[in-house]
Design a protein around this ligand. Structure first.
Ligand SMILES: Cc1cc2nc3c(=O)[nH]c(=O)nc-3n(C[C@H](O)[C@H](O)[C@H](O)COP(=O)(O)O)c2cc1C
Length: 411
């Protein structure tokens, strides 16, 4: 590895460092950054001409300095066992163990009681939850990390038995998803959701804004709006789950409107530089069918432009060309959860920072199983394997007991 002790990446362009977009990412100097992957002769003039940004270089995200470009992807763990669906001391330990990520994005948290689709997922809609999350963010901050809360409203993916008495899952249209949901009494078919009225839509948007304010009160660095993986906002984006004919459905621009209004409301509540958005164009999770996602998501990115959220987090599908197009058109930082040929994303994706495909990469299962993932990626492994049977619910096994590598002098 070639190490350039004093490299200033200012103005280096996309592969040379940081984009000077209208918002979100600003240029910063990278002093003493390791240049893994740099293949030059080491002559000073050549180094200055062709600095390569790596995943281990810092980045400025909406004014927050992240110490690397490796994010922990949001992962539901269904362990909000504290009273009122709040996180526990184990949750604080779990995230603090992973504070070497440039950015942690939490598990999906419901912005309102009706937004819950799985057992024991935490919320961000009560004073009790805010107080409990404050312990989590304090533990992460003490360990030197940065953490955004993911707001996840599951919409039609849910079941009345998971909700407080009298509530029923909602959706853009009264169209049930095919498939079944895990409940306390075993798997149950998805129900037909209650179609949101105009007032219901605006109330749901306001619930997200209120939850975002709660997140800031709980000490988070920001909020990621979840518009991916088949949940409520994705249900608005997709033509098979959104059959509305009013101004929330009917064409690409209208189907993208709910996502854009959510981002607008969250950004005006906490600041665009504290707001991110996660999307998964074309991903069929939750019985989503988007035969032509490009037009919808390019409309969405266009609608985001005047709002200026800090980042776009893409769960990549099969279409790398769409990834590159979204990256080109989005003005803020581009966070990529890259598609793996098989299994989960891993070290083979690191070159996507070096070649400019993304500003940051997120890792899911590998981060779940490797609390010190950035260090392991830098060293080239080894890696603990994720244990699927402890993903959702249970005790601290498979939660806080994945070992870090032993400390060595190289640290
Ligand atoms: C246990 C588990 C829970 C997940 N929960 C969420 C979630 O709450 N919100 C979300 O946006 N994605 C969720 N995901 C998807 C991950 O964020 C990520 O997109 C997926 O694991 C693919 O990335 P990977 O190949 O790096 O694991 C979850 C994934 C796993 C493994």
């Amino acid at each position: 590895m070639v190490v350039a002790p004093q490299i200033d990446c200012r103005g280096g362009g996309r592969s040379g460092g940081l984009r000077a977009g209208p918002h979100g990412v600003h240029e910063v100097s990278i002093i003493g950054a390791g240049l893994a992957g740099y293949g030059g002769t080491g002559r000073a003039d050549e180094r200055l001409e062709a600095p390569v940004t790596t995943a281990f270089d810092p980045i400025d995200l909406g004014g927050i300095r992240l110490h690397n470009r490796i994010a922990m992807a949001p992962m539901t763990r269904s362990r909000a066992y504290a009273p009122g669906l709040a996180p526990t001391a184990s949750t604080a330990a779990y995230y603090a163990q992973r504070a070497s990520a440039g950015l942690i994005v939490t598990e999906g948290t419901q912005p309102s009681p009706v937004g819950q689709g799985y057992p024991d997922t935490p919320g961000l809609h009560s004073a009790e939850q805010v107080a409990a999350w404050r312990e989590v963010t304090a533990a992460v901050r003490t360990a030197g990390g940065r953490i955004f809360a993911q707001l996840m409203h599951t919409g039609r993916i849910g079941h009345p038995s998971l909700l407080p008495e009298g509530l029923h899952p909602v959706g853009p249209s009264a169209v049930a998803a095919k498939g079944s949901v895990y409940t306390a009494n075993g798997p149950k078919p998805f129900v037909v959701p209650r179609e949101l009225t105009e007032d219901g839509i605006w109330q749901t948007i306001e619930d997200h804004a209120a939850a975002a304010r709660n997140a800031m009160a709980a000490g988070f660095d920001g909020v990621e709006v979840h518009a991916a993986n088949g949940y409520l906002t994705h249900q608005f984006l997709a033509p098979n789950s959104n059959t509305r004919t009013d101004h929330w459905g009917g064409d690409d621009r209208r189907r993208a409107r709910f996502a854009a209004e959510l981002v607008r409301a969250v950004a005006s509540a906490i600041g665009p530089e504290r707001t991110g958005l996660r999307i998964s164009p074309g991903k069929p999770l939750g019985d989503i069918d988007e035969p032509e996602p490009d037009a919808t998501y390019l409309e969405l990115v266009r609608a985001l432009e005047p709002i200026g959220p800090a980042y776009l987090h893409l769960v990549e599908g099969r279409d790398r060309a769409l990834t590159l197009e979204l990256r080109k058109r989005f003005g803020g930082a581009f966070l990529l959860n890259a598609r793996a040929e098989q299994g989960h994303s891993g070290p083979e994706q690191l070159s996507l920072i070096e070649d400019g495909t993304a500003d940051m990469l997120s890792f899911g299962a590998l981060f779940l199983a490797n609390p010190d993932l950035p260090r392991r990626l830098r060293l080239g492994g080894p890696y603990n394997s994720p244990q699927r049977e402890t993903y959702y619910g249970g005790d601290d096994r498979g939660y806080t007991d994945y070992p870090a590598l032993p400390a060595t002098e190289e640290q």
